[in-house]
Design a protein around this ligand. Structure first.
Ligand SMILES: [Zn+2]
Length: 294
């Protein structure tokens, strides 16, 4: 029979081990490093008793359970610019003016919304972790420079954090964000994530694209930010099953579409977002947000 104190010590050790494994795998500091640490720790956790209640709590939800969870509003922005005279309807649908953006951030703040980051959304969807009472995710596509100069500055007023989906081909190009700006955003608590190398439609992938559009851009972003980039936005919001399998293989945890229908078999890889066009009033945006994600 094991003396009482030895048994307690053993349980405590098991708990500590579990906590250390868990916190490494969720810290998202380094994709490659995580795997190595987790693998190295795995044999040790098998030898000791892991409290079963905690293990059960971290069991990933089924696709069906995830589909049943209340959707979190995810907004999608592209340009934050004043339209020039004669600018096309397409431009208007992919841009809000700086004044509109400022008004929308204020409205979200005044209505009690709090921004969440992809890790929080993932832990909520996959494990049922709690979120703020009125969560919202603010996402920015395509690397535009004004997302840094105007977008982030405006969000700063309310302590909001955004998610920037980057096409790595555009980094450091005129009108796009630089490496330093991306690094600065990451250091200020924003998430820098992948939107492929050059915005190629995933339905047109050939055998080179797993490397070129998924693996290399992920690494480029991780090298710039020093943080893991485990989240993905499909260019044009277009997805297919082949892309989902490639994203899983590349260790992406969530992938974002637009406001089309989710895949009930793969809800983590078809998370919905709503584009906010410049033709909407702030009130209209707030209403559309509630309706789209209800
Ligand atoms: Zn895009």
């Amino acid at each position: 029979m094991i003396p009482f104190f030895a048994q307690r010590k053993k349980t405590l050790l098991a708990l500590l081990l579990w906590i250390s494994v868990y916190s490494f795998s969720c810290s998202g500091s380094d994709g490659e490093g995580n795997t190595k640490i987790s693998e190295a720790m795995a044999p040790a956790t098998e030898k000791v008793m892991v409290p079963s209640a905690i293990v059960q709590e971290r069991k990933m939800a089924s696709a069906e359970e995830i589909m049943k969870r209340k959707q979190v509003p995810v907004l999608c922005y592209h340009h934050i610019r004043d339209p020039k005279p004669g600018q096309s309807e397409t431009f208007r649908s992919y841009s809000v003016s700086p004044a509109q953006f400022a008004e929308q951030m204020k409205a979200l703040h005044d209505s009690g919304y709090q921004t969440i980051l992809p890790d929080q959304l993932y832990n909520y969807l996959a494990y049922g972790d709690p979120l703020p009472e009125k969560p919202v995710m603010l996402t920015f596509d395509d690397t535009d420079g004004e997302q840094y100069t105007i977008g982030a500055k405006e969000m700063d007023k309310y302590g909001f954090k955004g998610v920037f989906f980057i096409m790595t081909i555009s980094i450091n190009k005129p009108r796009y964000m630089s490496k330093e700006e991306l690094k600065d955003l990451a250091q200020n608590g924003h998430a820098i994530e992948s939107h492929t190398w050059d915005h190629k439609n995933v339905k047109k992938y050939d055998e080179t694209d797993f490397e070129n559009q998924l693996m290399k851009p992920k690494k480029t972003i991780e090298d710039i930010t020093g943080k893991s980039a485990a989240y993905f936005a499909y260019p044009y919001g277009i997805w297919d099953n082949n892309a989902i399998e490639l994203l899983k293989k590349a260790d992406f945890k969530l992938a974002f579409i637009l406001s089309t229908k989710r895949d009930s078999a793969n809800p983590l890889y078809t998370v919905r977002r709503m584009i906010v066009p410049g033709t909407w009033s702030t009130q209209g945006m707030m209403k559309a947000m509630k309706k789209t994600f209800e």
